[in-house]
Design a protein around this ligand. Structure first.
Ligand code: F6P
Length: 320
């Protein structure tokens, strides 16, 4: 194998740069040329790419986002777009492609593999909803971002006897809200995986303040409700002046945590090694501390990753 291409696709996350760097350094130490494709599959279709050297990735290990940029590419949903991507890869003399991204990106990679391209993929999405991996790239940094924000909110909430409703990302998956809730000592984590009773929550909030507790934190995953609506309902029901914080895209940025840097290094190097060993059509995953390879076909049909039951039990025991 003489030339490998790498791209980042879908929603960005912290650790993508570190993974690109690991791919580049691993390729170069194996005497392989690396091509960086810009803006994900869009760059493949539009032929926007550049040769990467160690200088291209110098200093970007600690930077959030992705210097190759990312995009959600509608053309990759059409056969014509997929075919064009394959033709362009062949024209570029690319013999292996590494895709770093979330579920849509993995589906795109599978389509290219079915058209004869050798692909390896790295799961990257703050939602942690990709199956067959304990953690996707970017999740740990996003959790640290949330925790930092909630710790600050608790300071000001305590000064004013206030309740804060904090909205995290997670359209279909409450992992971030639940785990951050546990890590921050929140009172509630409202997530799409379970129903909640706002009357019971309001009663509990009143009881807490009667007991002299000076703050309450309610985490809500975006798929379980809007912070603004929940805050208004609390005000309507019990008259509490409730403040909100919608964390939004803040969660996706920032310098990667040590966990994400190490995961990115392990994923990036393993992806290159796997291609060199003749593997294709696989997603890398983290399973009980080890890097594993799973067939993309299985991942794509594996549904969304479910939140570990033990986390539900943990949060119940801790009174979240
Ligand atoms: O899929 C990751 C994610 O961060 C979701 O949690 C969120 O709903 C979505 O991306 C936001 O995407 P966009 O960048 O398109 O606004």
């Amino acid at each position: 194998m003489k030339r490998i291409a790498v791209l980042t696709s879908g929603g960005d996350c912290s650790g993508m740069n570190a993974a690109i760097r690991a791919v580049v350094r691993s390729c170069l130490s194996n005497g392989i040329e690396v091509i960086g494709v810009q803006k994900g599959y869009l760059g493949l279709i539009r032929q926007h790419s550049e040769r990467l050297t160690t200088k291209s990735v110098s200093g970007n290990l600690k930077a959030g986002g992705t210097f190759l940029q990312s995009a959600r590419c509608l053309e990759m949903l059409e056969d014509s777009g997929r075919q064009l991507a394959v033709e362009n890869l062949k024209k570029m003399g690319v013999e292996g492609l590494i895709v770093i991204g979330g579920d849509g990106s993995l589906r795109g990679a599978r389509e290219l593999q079915m058209r004869g391209i050798r692909v390896m993929t790295i799961p990257a999405s703050i939602d942690n909803d990709i199956p067959f991996t304990d953690m996707s790239l970017g999740v740990d940094t996003a959790l640290n971002n949330i925790i930092r924000a909630v710790d600050n909110l608790k300071d000001t909430a305590s000064s004013h006897d206030r309740t804060f409703v904090v909205e995290t990302m997670g359209r279909n998956c409450g992992y971030l809200a639940l785990v951050a809730g546990i890590a921050c000592g929140a009172e509630y984590a409202l997530i799409p995986e379970s129903s909640y009773d706002l009357n019971a929550i309001c009663e509990n909030l009143q009881r807490r303040f009667q007991e002299g507790r000076d703050n309450s934190i309610i985490m809500v995953a975006e798929g379980a409700g809007k912070a603004q609506d929940i805050a208004e309902q609390i005000k309507d029901r019990i008259g509490f002046e409730t403040r909100i914080m919608v964390l939004g895209h803040y969660q996706r940025g920032g310098s990667p945590s040590s966990f994400d840097r190490l995961l990115a290094a392990r994923f990036g190097v393993t992806a290159v090694e796997a291609l060199l060993q003749g593997e294709t059509g696989k997603m890398l995953g983290l399973s009980c501390g080890a890097i594993i390879q799973v067939d993309l076909e299985q991942v794509i049909h594996g549904g969304r990753r479910k939140i570990d039951e033990t986390l539900f039990k943990l949060s119940a025991t801790l009174g979240i």
